[in-house]
Design a protein around this ligand. Structure first.
Ligand SMILES: [Zn+2]
Length: 261
């Protein structure tokens, strides 16, 4: 009973921490591509310039409470903000449940932060900022020098496989369709994911991300939300595939091999 309550408090603390960090990652995703400082000035409503009050420390709750409008001028606020926060909280909680209080938590939360920031930036600006990926890759690579369940080469090959597979697919797209199929930001993102998760997980992430991307594209075409040849951001699909592969890759690969052998 005592144990159960303590576990619940831990879960709640992780979710709140994820929401708070998520609101910072939103700021990073918006400002880094614009060359703005991520620490100053504090977040403000783009319409009236009103600063967030301290009661808006977790803007997700304010967003729901104020039905997606600014407290001062009632201008609508982009749903990307609460989305980024909710995704960070969810990803942090899933990583926490998977690896617990261990050195691996630094890698898992670092990777989750990168994936959410890339998702929000790609949805908003259709790009994944180089500086965000480079910073995350330096952090994740540094962690892996110290904490590496697999041999170190597995992570180096992960970076090569993540970048190389998408680079090759893009080359194929140029050859067959005479147009770029995959952005450079996606390639660099998957290099960072491979560095954090290893070559097996990054290949699985690419497979899951492509399946998700295909499914979402078909769904959007069928429901008439998008037209053929319209740009669909691939980053969020790759990010979802990466988190799934990082969290449950061992089990998925085991299940897949068991199915065919
Ligand atoms: Zn306002």
């Amino acid at each position: 009973m005592e144990q159960g309550l303590a576990g619940w408090v831990d879960d709640a603390a992780v979710l709140v921490w994820g929401l708070v960090l998520g609101s910072f990652l939103n700021v990073v995703a918006y400002r880094v591509p614009r060359g703005l400082s991520v620490v100053w000035p504090p977040s403000a409503c783009p319409h009236c310039g009103g600063r967030l009050a301290s009661r808006d420390l977790i803007p997700l709750f304010s967003f729901l409470w104020l039905r997606g409008r600014c407290r001062r001028c009632r201008a609508p606020i982009s749903p990307l903000y609460p989305l980024g926060e909710a995704l960070t909280a969810l990803a942090f909680w899933l990583v926490w449940r998977r690896v617990g209080l261990s050195p691996e938590l630094a890698v898992g939360w670092g990777l989750a932060s990168l994936l959410v920031t890339a998702t929000v930036a790609d949805l908003r600006d259709r790009l994944i900022p180089n500086r965000v990926v480079a910073t995350a890759a330096a952090f994740l690579g540094g962690c892996r020098l110290i904490v590496h369940p697999l041999p170190l080469e597995a992570y180096v090959w992960g970076a090569v496989a993540g970048f190389g597979t998408l680079y090759a697919l893009n080359g194929l797209s140029l050859l067959v369709f005479r147009q770029e199929g995959i952005g450079g930001g996606d390639m660099k993102l998957m290099a960072a994911v491979g560095l954090a998760a290893g070559w097996q997980a990054v290949l699985l992430a690419l497979a899951v991300g492509s399946l998700l991307g295909g499914a979402v594209a078909v769904l959007l075409l069928v429901t008439g939300k998008v037209r053929r040849r319209q740009y669909l951001p691939f980053g969020p699909m790759l990010a979802a595939g990466s988190l799934i592969a990082y969290l449950w890759g061992d089990r998925l690969i085991g299940w897949y091999l068991g199915w065919y052998m």
